[in-house]
Design a protein around this ligand. Structure first.
Ligand SMILES: [Zn+2]
Length: 267
């Protein structure tokens, strides 16, 4: 399982074994240029200003999509090769963090709100779907604190202006990269979700047969076998589905016709 952290500068993909960075800082430059063009318009006609702004807005999102496209394509391709499910953080409500009146500067808010985080996730999701790769989307609760918690000891990490994108763990006495910390924590939290849905071994074997037969109702012997809550049954068959999908990935997703179809769709 790999976690994907989307931030302003890059997409960071990783787990305990390895972390890779995909530079997307170009999207920041595009956003900057667009803002400059739109704000340099001196005409005081609101309608013209609005139409020009939306024209540049469209152009900007087309360019941004293109930059992100290369990164997300490779992220999904590598995950397919390594048979690792992708874990995405929950970004709901992130706009609310940068609203007016939060004590942030206008420029800072503009930068954060112009950020195309949702687009990166959207691309990863649909490309993964094409490849048959499982995506685990964490809840807000599961996402919380993923970028400030030490992956080694669980302590809250300290930031320091002098450290820039680095964080310091006072307990482990080490400096870590913020993006790497986030990616590792996301991958672990995805694994926790996966493990929680895993039933005990004996039960798992029984349920695997059930799942393959496509039989949703387990046989219950009255008085001996208490009925299990349905949510448990659902999650254990989800678990098997995820496992089966990962096992069958390499043969399915890299076949040329499917790939061609995926490329056609992306245009
Ligand atoms: Zn630590």
């Amino acid at each position: 399982m790999v976690g994907v952290d989307c931030n302003l500068r890059n997409l960071t993909v990783g787990n305990d074994d390895q972390t890779r960075y995909y530079d997307t800082s170009e999207t920041m430059r595009i956003a900057k240029v667009t803002t400059r063009i739109v704000s340099s318009l001196k005409r005081n006609d609101v309608r013209i200003r609005e139409s020009v702004a939306s024209k540049y807005g469209r152009r900007r999102s087309a360019k941004t999509r293109h930059v992100l496209h290369n990164a997300t394509k490779e992220i999904v391709t590598v995950a397919v090769q390594k048979r690792t499910a992708i874990v995405l953080e929950n970004i709901e409500g992130i706009r609310r963090l940068y609203q007016k009146g939060n004590g942030q500067g206008r420029k800072y808010r503009g930068r954060m709100n112009g950020w195309s985080f949702g687009e990166a996730q959207r691309q990863i999701e649909y490309k993964a779907r094409w490849a048959g790769l499982p995506i685990i989307r964490l809840s807000r609760r599961e996402t919380r604190g993923s970028s400030v918690t030490c992956p080694r000891c669980g302590e809250r990490l300290q930031s320091d202006k002098r450290l820039e994108r680095k964080l310091w763990c006072g307990k482990c006495r080490i400096v870590m990269d913020r993006d790497m910390v986030a990616a590792i924590n996301l991958s672990r939290r995805g694994r926790v979700r996966f493990a929680r849905s895993r039933p005990p071994i004996a039960e798992a074997q029984g349920r695997a047969v059930e799942a393959m037969k496509g039989n949703p109702t387990p046989t219950v012997i009255p008085g001996v076998d208490a009925p299990k809550p349905t949510s448990h049954t659902a999650s254990s068959s989800n678990h098997h589905r995820l496992k089966l999908v990962l096992l069958s990935l390499s043969s399915r997703s890299l076949s040329p016709p499917e790939r061609r179809r995926a490329q056609v769709r992306q245009i």
